[in-house]
Structure formats: structure tokens, C-alpha cells
Design a protein around this ligand. Structure first.
Ligand SMILES: C[S@@+](CC[C@H](N)C(=O)[O-])C[C@H]1O[C@@H](n2cnc3c(N)ncnc32)[C@H](O)[C@@H]1O
Length: 231
């Protein structure tokens, strides 16, 4: 899968995506993450990507020409992309969206800065507008990297144990994950639940299901199918 990341800060994208799971997935040839600096698509001497807002007010707005020229150039080079605009006005990102997007061949991510995008950028292309939550960051690089990582870890061959992504929280519309334990068996007087040491895989699975349901009910009842909300 190809991720092309339109940004003014390609080094941020490179620094994160060459490490750990994303770095490994790139080394294995399972994904390619290519940052593209849309400042390279400016045509003036000062390489201007932003300008003052019409109507006045604080901050600067990202101009349409460099971004849309970059999008068109990339689609001529590679073919059509599923295009994602990172914006606080977008749909809150979740696991279901990651699952859907993991079926794409090419994804383009557009990271804003300053006050955000000139509205014509939104109007000129078909964007999936994604928000990382009800808070405002300085740029779309971190939200974009969250999207890239959430998708990449779902791709076959990326995680060492392919089962592990299936068991995570939210997978397939599910609730939260169950608690996990490792050695030592007793830590500061706190013991690992006996059932996990029993070797009885049926009993372990039952315990994990129940613990996950209880945790979801307690912390995120909104994730339970409505019929289960009152348990
Ligand atoms: C300072 S923000 C612009 C905020 C914008 N004026 C607003 O109030 O919605 C600059 C850029 O950061 C990114 N950004 C900030 N917060 C975000 C969030 N919660 N989700 C996705 N992207 C975000 C977007 O790409 C945005 O264009």
C-alpha cells in the first residue's frame, strides 16, 4: 500500500515512519510512506504556501494552488488516490474507518498548518475528512501518522503475530481489550488470576471475554450493543 503524505514538514513524517512497526513494514515492502512537501509546488520566488484571510482576523490560511497542483501531479503520476484531509471538522477517526481504509491501494493524506485550508481545497476534490478528536493541534502530521499506523498494523504480514490485531480493542465493532499479565506471578503482593496459570484454554478464553465485557461496561458503555447496555 502506498501512503503519500502532503505536508510542510516531511522530516516529521520520515522520523516517525522509519522506526518500529512502520519502519519494519516499509523494509518488508508491505507499505511505502512518502512525504511530499507541497511547498515544492509553489510557483513564486518566495515559495508562498499561505496568505492572510479574506475578511480579516488572525492567522494565515493555506492557499489552494500549491496543494491542488500537488494532488493533481501525484494522481497523474500514480493514478487515483483515496484522499484524506486531516481537520478538526472531520469525522472522528475510529477502528472501523481504519479497517475500511486498509482495503485501499493508495492513500493520500493532507496535513494542514496555521488556520487550516482555503475552503476551495475542500470543494475541488473528494476528501475523506478525518479528525483525531475534539482538540486542536498545530498540524495534521500527528493525526495523519495515527491514521497510517492504525491502517498499517491491520495489513497481513505487518505484525509478528497476525492474531494480535484481531484481539485488540474496537476490532470488528467490539469493545475494549481484556487485562493482560506477564511474569512475575506475584508483584508487590498482587497475584496473576489463577485461571491464566491453569493451562485450560477454554476457561482462559471465557475469563478474558467476561473481563473485557465488564471493562467495556464500566468504562465505555457506548461501545456495547444497545441490548447489552444494562447487562
Ligand atoms: C491549528 S490547526 C487549524 C485549526 C482550525 N482553525 C480549526 O479551528 O478547526 C492546523 C492544522 O492542524 C491539523 N489538526 C489540528 N487538530 C486536528 C485534529 N484534532 N484532527 C485532525 N487534524 C488536526 C489540521 O490539518 C489543521 O489544518
Amino acid at each position: 500500500m502506498l501512503f503519500t503524505f502532503l505536508t510542510l514538514f516531511p522530516d516529521i513524517v520520515n522520523a516517525y515512519s522509519k522506526e518500529s512497526i512502520l519502519g519494519g513494514a516499509q523494509d518488508k515492502g508491505l507499505v511505502k510512506i512518502e512525504p511530499v512537501d507541497f511547498r515544492d509546488f509553489t510557483r513564486d520566488r518566495h515559495r508562498t504556501v499561505d496568505d492572510r484571510p479574506f475578511g480579516g482576523g488572525p492567522g494565515m490560511v493555506l492557499k489552494p494552488e500549491p496543494i491542488l497542483d500537488a494532488v493533481e501531479w501525484l494522481e497523474r503520476r500514480d493514478g487515483p488516490y483515496r484522499k484524506i484531509m486531516l481537520t478538526p471538522s472531520g469525522k472522528p477517526f475510529d477502528q472501523k474507518m481504519a479497517e475500511e481504509l486498509s482495503k485501499e491501494e493508495r492513500i493520500m493524506l493532507l496535513a494542514g498548518r496555521y488556520e487550516g485550508f482555503d475552503e476551495r481545497i475542500r470543494e475541488e476534490c473528494e476528501w475523506v475528512e478525518i479528525s483525531m478528536g475534539d482538540f486542536v493541534l498545530c498540524g495534521g502530521e500527528l493525526p495523519g501518522l495515527c491514521v497510517v499506523e492504525a491502517i498499517t498494523r491491520l495489513l497481513p504480514g505487518v505484525l509478528g503475530d497476525s492474531e494480535s490485531a484481531l484481539q485488540d480493542s474496537f476490532q470488528n465493532g467490539g469493545g475494549l481489550d481484556h487485562p493482560h499479565y506477564t511474569r512475575p506471578r506475584v508483584y508487590r503482593g498482587r497475584e496473576v488470576p489463577q485461571v491464566l496459570l491453569s493451562g485450560d484454554h477454554g476457561a482462559i478464553e471465557k475469563w478474558r471475554d467476561k473481563a473485557a465485557r465488564e471493562r467495556t461496561h464500566e468504562r465505555r458503555p457506548d461501545l456495547l450493543p444497545s441490548s447489552n447496555k444494562n447487562k
